[in-house]
Design a protein around this ligand. Structure first.
Ligand code: ZN
Ligand code: ZN
Length: 145
């Protein structure tokens, strides 16, 4: 997409962006689509319209209208899926560090890294609970748990 846009006339460029935007919005509204792909879509939306920080959609189901807000800031901590993933990992591990057993300042760590395993970003089995100290150790020194 970036290559096409770089050489296109402003008119074509605007049209391509608008079409892609509409496609992505439709995708976000489709309940059958996986959360992981939606997270990727949110990133793409940000690239298309960098000035837009938030996407508010009105979803109609059985005549009822509900508001859904998607945050488009490129910050992986703001993905709703990540928030859910973190909660599930901590709950499974009983809010206890799996390395030292402490139960204070517990964080969820990705066993296979975010960048290396995009398909496992929201997979609870790819998460482990660690206290802040052990988490820092693992990231800075590559210590295994
Ligand atoms: Zn981590
Ligand atoms: Zn610990």
């Amino acid at each position: 997409m970036a290559n096409i846009l770089a050489t296109a006339s402003p008119h074509i460029k605007a049209k391509v962006i608008e079409n892609a935007w509409n496609f992505f919005v439709d995708y976000l509204l489709d309940e059958s689509k996986p959360a992981i792909t939606k997270a990727e879509i949110l990133k793409d939306l940000l690239h298309l319209k960098p000035h837009i920080k938030e996407l508010r959609l009105i979803i109609k189901t059985d005549g009822k209208e509900t508001n859904q807000v998607f945050n488009l800031k490129y910050n992986r901590n703001e993905y709703p899926e990540l928030y859910i993933w973190r909660k599930e990992v901590l709950k499974r591990d009983n809010y206890t560090c799996k390395r030292c057993g402490k139960a204070k300042n517990i964080e969820a760590h990705h066993i296979e890294r975010w960048v290396d395993a995009p398909e496992k970003r929201f997979d609870v089995a790819n998460g482990i609970s660690l206290c802040e100290k052990c988490h820092k150790l693992i990231h800075s020194k590559g210590i295994e748990f």
